[in-house]
Design a protein around this ligand. Sequence first.
Ligand code: BDR
Ligand code: CA
Length: 308
Amino acid sequence: MNKRPVIICTDPGIDDFIALAVLLQQPQLDIRGMIALSGNVGLPITVNNALLAGELCGRTDVPVLAGSATPLARPARNACNIHGASGLGTSVERYSNRKPLAQDAAEFIVQTARQFPGALEIISLGPLTDVARALTLDPAIAQLLRQIVVMGGGIKRGNATQYAEFNIVADPEAADVVFSSSAPVVMIGLDATHQCLQPRSQIAEMAADTELGRMVGLMLNDYADMYRRVHQLEGVVIHDAICALWLLQPNLFYTEPMRVKICLDNGAHLGQTMAVTDGAPFATVAMGLDAEGVARRIVDEVHRAVIQ
Ligand code: BDR
Ligand code: CA
């Protein structure tokens, strides 16, 4: 069986970390690299957390690259209110001794896309800055990618603001580059992810008495505390892990083809993903999911990762 070449762009981030634990253990995926960029927390911290994920998941063979420290055209935002200053909650702060690969992230994406024409899949779990930089550096790669899977956006709602989702509003110009490109884009946004609110009882099922298992338990309980405080929700929406399931079991999602435009106007709607009737190429947009099936698969995958 040919393994599927994949690049993960990520800003860990509690839900990113869980997604990495899921993806790094998949034998059918050939993870060519993890690009950590500024998002939930600043660049040095996301790089550290991606290195840590590789280490704790027994995948030090997967290179980590330092992506962008700032969005394309705006100052960086963060989501420390949800992920804590360490990016991994308020109970976990850990440092890796490993170093990222010294290569420009956009060049790495371009080089990998050219190495695997028609096959490379990019999954973006944070702002789209480095994916956009790659598409700008070499626009022809849009035709070479198998898909760009984006955790981000929401046709009917936002979370960072009333109308905008965090990953999109964190770098709206980058999202605009990606959604206006001719690459096949799949959007797994809040319309789908918010249908899968996982209770604390499932956090207990994901944790285990191993180094990674204890960390997962602490991180997700912190995440649940912050969800209660910030979003007044009981339970957690593990957005990035839900998005990761698109690579493993796409039939868990209900999708619609849609032209998606990113609002770039400063003001209340900045970063909104708007369904329009013309002027943008079609994307595949997840508007729903099988909540029970998604929750069960996440619990099973995470549990499998932490007991290894
Ligand atoms: C997204 O924003 C980040 O805070 C999470 O890691 C996730 O990627 C959810 O809106
Ligand atoms: Ca993320």
